[in-house]
Design a protein around this ligand. Structure first.
Ligand SMILES: N[C@@H](Cc1ccccc1)C(=O)O
Length: 478
């Protein structure tokens, strides 16, 4: 049987004492107690010792608990502050009136009659009071009260005992020679050949080491970075913008009528501030009212500039796309934005009031619908979704409009966002004459699918074990 030097030393000591604790043995062997547990574990695998693990919980007083140990619990302080009886109104002046009165009643120290607190004459120390002196002796019920009142904290401690087995005794009695072992070779020992003379410590290479959890980027952030990388590789530039947007950019400039349901209170987070309209807003007004210089008839009716000055938390990143276009009327434009958007959704496993969108636009003189589908398909394939298809869709600002879907094993076709070609009503107020391909994709949806999550909330309030175990894989599936 092969034993390491440390196992041998532990076994020889155990032969003398029979049973030991890692702490005791640690000081004899000049090793940390933790290492002794490990050596004990190795001996037990070979049947030479047993390691027993005992978990005990100990209670210790919190700062508040220690204070009350000296000053008395609130109910005791309150009790001592008055004679045989007191009006509730007078007692209320005491700093501990609130908790104190409740407990005095519960313990039967006082009764309340006609607005007066009257002592019953029996105010023997309560179990909680006595337990403050020695919390570990408290019954499980009192323990619960102590914890609930924040008077104690619970601490788990693990204690090990290591005991030699008969087999171990036999081996020790047969004699064990202690030879210094080398665990790590130096460069000198290797080049001089001295290693040949050394007694090398054996390693069991089939044993997995204890896992280490180094700091790493959150899986969701990593996926967002991957999307950003893909779009930069495809020649797009990135846009950034405020999460607070004027209704003008979020809705009006996108030809969403002012009475559109999406603008109602229940769908959008409306803010108190107002935002001035940008230069050129009159063209947007004309477009809504009559279709401006185009063949469109617009929505008709009166367009209210005050409504457009309202501010909202952006409901989609399309508000940034149109703003960018308004300042860049000449082709080519190829831009994207990954950002958080806000909607008044009831929270459930697939809906949150804030989530991320990936927005993209391509403006050029000869781009067309087939190019749009090609861009989207290419993006999803690079994200690891092989099967992509498109369903007709509707958005007030695009024509034609589609909803891209990807195929997921066990789920079928899953819709992942919207896309289309901006309508003339959207582009012409800014003097844009070429087609603009546009899309807005749900990023958190993609993340859920890729990471196999069933609840969106897991992306934002991650379970630490899940975060630790998520592998770091570049360019492929997480
Ligand atoms: N803004 C749309 C997506 C979209 C963007 C651009 C063009 C068409 C659709 C949404 O939030 O769902």
């Amino acid at each position: 049987m092969q034993l390491t030097l440390n196992e041998k030393r532990l076994l020889l000591e155990l032969e003398k004492t029979g049973t030991t604790t890692p702490e005791e043995m640690g000081s004899i062997l000049s090793r940390p107690a933790e290492s002794v547990v490990q050596y004990g574990g190795l001996l037990s695998q070979k049947g030479l010792a047993t390691v027993e693990r005992n978990v005990t919980t100990t209670l210790s007083l919190t700062e508040e608990g220690s204070r009350y140990l000296i000053e008395g619990l609130p109910e005791r302080q309150l009790y001592d502050s008055f004679g045989d009886s007191s009006s509730i109104a007078d007692l209320n002046a005491h700093p501990h009136a609130k908790i104190g009165l409740g407990w005095m009643k519960r313990l039967g120290w006082v009764k309340i009659e006609a607005g007066n607190v009257i002592k019953t004459g029996d105010a023997a120390p309560s179990p909680i009071e006595t337990s403050l002196k020695n919390p570990d002796a408290a019954s499980s019920e009192v323990r619960k009260d102590l914890l609930k009142r924040g008077l104690v904290t619970e601490e788990e401690s693990v204690r090990y005992t290591i005991t030699i087995t008969n087999e171990g005794k036999k081996l020790a009695a047969a004699g064990i020679t202690l030879i210094e072992e080398t665990g790590t070779l130096t460069a000198d020992q290797i080049s001089s050949g001295a290693w040949k003379e050394l007694s090398l410590r054996r390693y069991d290479i089939t044993k997995l080491p204890r896992p280490v959890w180094p700091g790493k980027i959150h899986p969701y952030q990593r996926m967002i970075d991957e999307m950003r990388r893909i779009l930069l590789d495809m020649g797009f530039t990135e846009l950034h913008g405020s999460i607070i947007q004027g209704a003008f950019w979020n809705f009006d400039a996108l030809f969403q009528p002012q009475d559109h349901p999406a603008r109602e209170m229940q769908d959008t987070f409306h803010l108190a501030g107002k935002q001035d309209l940008p230069g050129g807003w009159e063209k947007v007004r004309d477009m809504h009212e009559s279709g401006g210089d185009t063949s469109s008839t617009g929505w008709g009716g009166k367009w209210d500039p005050e409504k457009a000055k309202a501010t909202v938390l952006r409901t989609h990143t399309t508000s940034l796309s149109i703003q960018h276009l308004a300042g860049h009327q000449n082709p080519p434009v190829k831009a994207f934005c990954i950002g958080r958007v806000y909607r008044r959704e009831a929270i459930d496993p697939t809906h949150l009031p804030e989530f991320e969108q990936l927005e993209g636009i391509v403006m050029d003189s000869n781009v067309n619908f087939r190019n749009l589908l090609g861009f989207l398909k290419e993006f999803y394939v690079r994200m690891g979704f092989e099967s992509v298809r498109f369903r007709p869709g509707y958005f007030p600002y695009t024509e034609p409009s589609v909803e891209p879907e990807v195929y997921i094993e066990d789920l079928g076709w899953v819709e992942l966002g919207g896309a289309g070609i901006f309508r003339e009503e959207v582009t012409s107020p800014w003097g844009i004459n070429c087609p603009v391909l546009a899309w807005g994709l749900g990023v958190s949806r993609v993340a859920m699918l890729r990471m196999g999550l069933t609840d969106l909330r897991e992306l934002y309030q991650s379970d630490i074990d899940w975060v630790r175990r998520m592998p770091v894989v570049h360019g492929g599936r997480c």
